[in-house]
Design a binder for this molecule. Structure first.
Ligand SMILES: Cc1cc2nc3c(=O)[nH]c(=O)nc-3n(C[C@H](O)[C@H](O)[C@H](O)COP(=O)(O)OP(=O)(O)OC[C@H]3O[C@@H](n4cnc5c(N)ncnc54)[C@H](O)[C@@H]3O)c2cc1C
Ligand code: FES
Length: 503
């Protein structure tokens, strides 16, 4: 069994660690689709640019996506119009169309063979009571001049009550696409790429940014583009309180019931997102879904198994060749945060909160970051401003933060397992002498014990059996079973524990 379909086809050379202090015009923190696209646009403007990646390029959320390239971001436009009006929502649409144009232009000018296919994107429902949502989204799309249509004639192997289609959308192989962008960036004399180099803190003083790495190295730069998915060291803006993390699971398998080439996603729960992907001389069916808030597992069945059951029932899939999953962040007003960190740090630019639609949004971010840095007039600056208020004047914002406080309290009191014994390939949280520990046994029988108090704000982590990670139910920090930080506000690793030390 492989992990990500995209990373399995990733054969990029490695890049060195950053071991000496460095001075550049722009430091890009994070080597996902946002960081790579921003870095290329900025080096093309003549800046000296470095990308610093804590692990390997593209191995974050970008390497675990469904890679639909679309401005159909779920049911979104009726809500955006209600909250921000038609003109502002039109800016959202236009910026994402411009982003899609940039992807197409890159594919054309760099001659990228990345299985890019233009398709129609559909949102469908199998429930009569969700039809109104589809119709309202269609009305919103018409107001925004989106080339769209209503239909109840989807060629899907189950009953569909209605759907909205957006024409001229696409999907691609994201790692093949970015591979070429990295090569193009790397060809410049003024470009640097470092892997296995983790930024712990970024400060800004007297118009200079200083980024501190975990090995003591410092990078000075005029600007920092924070393309790290969760913004590093941003307590001032309380990002943990305004970004809601949500995990999605994906499988890719050969299938014996065909799916017309298109992108499909339903309105109701559980989410089912479908597309196919060229795979050698065949096509694989990608099924994504089972979304849930990070750290809050909804039932005892494996989410991967649920997707497989769905795939077998409707598409006669074979055993999946790939199973992978990752999280993305939602904001409470459905707009991403792209722009200056705050008034005190105008040279630190953040880009996050893409609500699982980062293929185009990352390119919106890259264009906006370039325009802000080069002092160009941009129509989108206010709309995506990370210090806007519309995200907090929102009951979902309060509910989310209340839920986090509740988890902080109840997970401490909840009685948990006391036995350290666990099956091979499984993990759990154990209470022992008043403390909580995470215990995992690998396939060879080696046991790993970690302190499961989240280094961020001390919530108790939970074990995610599908991903073999410890996930924080409060704000979504995630760690491997060995305690290594993956994503989220924590940034620090978990403490590894020897059993003899807790006796
Ligand atoms: C399951 C799933 C399916 C999705 N499907 C789609 C889809 O079909 N279409 C779509 O448009 N979007 C989709 N998305 C959303 C999209 O994949 C993401 O929004 C996008 O990949 C985010 O890219 P990024 O570059 O911002 O973040 P990432 O890809 O996570 O990149 C951030 C990088 O920063 C690095 N980093 C973090 N902290 C540090 C640090 N301190 N120092 C140095 N480096 C650091 C990380 O290691 C990582 O490599 C999906 C998301 C999920 C979760
Ligand atoms: S991420 Fe905030 S307490 Fe864990």
């Amino acid at each position: 069994m492989h992990h990500s379909l995209w990373l399995d086809q990733y054969n990029m050379k490695g890049f060195p660690e950053l071991n000496n202090d460095l001075e550049v015009d722009i430091l890009v923190v994070g080597g996902g689709i946002t960081g790579i696209t921003s870095a290329l646009l900025l080096v093309e403007e003549g800046f000296k640019v470095a990308i610093v990646e804590k692990f390997k390029l593209m191995h974050g959320t970008t390497g675990h996506t469904t890679a639909k390239v679309t401005i159909q971001h779920g049911i979104v436009y009726q809500d955006l119009i209600k909250r921000f009006g038609v003109n502002n929502t039109q800016l959202y649409v236009d910026s994402n169309i411009k982003a899609h144009e940039l992807i197409k232009e890159n594919i054309k000018t760099l001659e990228i063979d990345c299985d890019y296919e233009e398709v129609t994107s559909f949102i469908y429902t199998q429930k009569t009571n969700k039809l109104k949502k589809i119709e309202n989204e269609y009305k919103a799309a018409l107001k925004l001049n989106i080339d769209s249509f209503l239909t109840d004639q989807l060629k899907l192997p189950f009953d569909v009550k209605g759907a909205i289609g957006f024409k001229n959308q696409a999907h691609f192989n994201v790692t093949k696409y970015l591979h070429k962008l990295i090569e193009e960036f790397d060809r410049n004399d003024d470009s640097y790429i470092f892997e296995h180099s983790k930024v712990m803190k970024v400060t800004e003083e007297d118009d200079k940014c200083i980024s501190y790495l975990d090995n003591g190295v410092k990078v000075k730069s005029r600007f920092v583009v924070m393309a790290s998915h969760y913004p590093v060291n941003c307590t001032y803006n309380m990002y943990f309180s305004k970004l809601k993390p949500s995990i999605t699971y994906l499988i890719a398998a050969k299938h014996h019931v065909p799916l017309d080439n298109g992108d499909y996603i339903n309105v109701e729960k559980p989410t089912r997102s479908l597309r196919t992907q060229v795979y050698h001389d065949d096509r694989l069916l990608l099924i994504a879904g089972e979304n849930h808030q990070t750290g809050h597992k909804s039932d005892n069945l494996s989410h991967f198994d649920n997707l497989e059951i769905f795939g077998r029932e409707y598409f006669k899939i074979e055993k999946p060749l790939y199973r992978f999953s990752t999280q993305d962040y939602y904001t409470f007003d459905k707009l991403p945060y792209i722009g200056r960190l705050n008034l005190k740090s105008p040279h630190i630019i953040v880009a996050t909160g893409y609500k699982k639609w980062g293929m185009t949004t990352s390119h919106v971010a890259a264009i906006l970051a370039r325009d802000l840095i080069t002092n160009k007039k941009t129509a989108y600056e206010d709309l995506y401003d990370p210090i806007r208020l519309s995200d907090k004047i929102n009951c979902k914002y309060f509910m989310y933060n209340l839920k986090s406080i509740k988890c902080f309290i109840t997970d401490r009191i909840k009685s948990k397992e006391r036995e350290f014994d666990v099956e091979k390939g499984m993990g759990k949280v154990v209470s022992y002498k008043g403390k909580k520990y995470g215990v995992y046994k690998d396939d060879e029988g080696k046991t790993y014990i970690v302190d499961v108090v989240c280094p961020h704000l001390k919530c108790i982590l939970s074990f995610n059996p599908d991903h073999k990670t410890y996930d924080c139910p409060c704000h979504g920090s995630r760690f491997t079973y060995k305690g290594k930080y993956i994503d989220g506000p924590s940034i620090k690793d978990l403490k590894r524990i020897n059993f003899k030390d807790i006796n």
